[in-house]
Design a binder for this molecule. Sequence first.
Ligand SMILES: *Cc1c(COP(=O)(O)O)cnc(C)c1O
Length: 223
Amino acid sequence: MIRENLETVRKSIPSEVLLVAVSKTKPVADLQEAYDAGQRVFGENHALEMRDKHEVLPKDIDWHFIGHLQTNKIKYIIPFVRLIHSIDTFNLLQAVNKEAVKHDRTVDCLLQFHVAEEETKFGLSLEEAEEILGSDTFKELRNVRICGVMGMATNTDDQTQIRKEFHHLKEIFDTIKTKYFTDCEYFKEISMGMSHDYQLAIGEGSTMVRVGSKIFGARNYDI
Ligand SMILES: *Cc1c(COP(=O)(O)O)cnc(C)c1O
């Protein structure tokens, strides 16, 4: 079913929006099936799980890290990760930079914002982000590149609410772009939208959607 699901999802997404296939908790065979159907961009939310999958799967996969990243796990993904969506503290960004230096890499990152109503979701406020971006310490980080923003909407059926939160994230993106990245062509990504709300996210300006269960089926457990 994965091939069919992928085709359905792809058809529902404009070609300029990147589809990140969220394969967390799913076995390597499922990822291989998606790969064989042409998918090259995968999202994982556990560092060791992503490293293990990276080791056995084809090397032309773009690995996106989308979950809460603990600083002591950064080292497992830095050698190969293509984009970290979930920078939610300055400390984490500095730790990623430090590890990237060791590997002589520049690692692309997104700042994760808290735009949902739920208290549990990780993420920065605009004020916190501005504190980071305006600081001298940030300007000295040579091995990370901030390419945009990421966020999750409230888990609700209320479409007006979801749309409002995605719109808010787009506004945050615009504010930051204007203030800190006007001339940076690489600051262009808005990662928003999951299986149940990616159409709304695209409507509000998403450039990357992170779709899991609609491709791979429901997860038995959420880690
Ligand atoms: C699990 C997860 C997704 C995908 O969720 P689905 O509802 O299965 O599409 C997207 N983004 C993040 C950050 C996730 O943890």
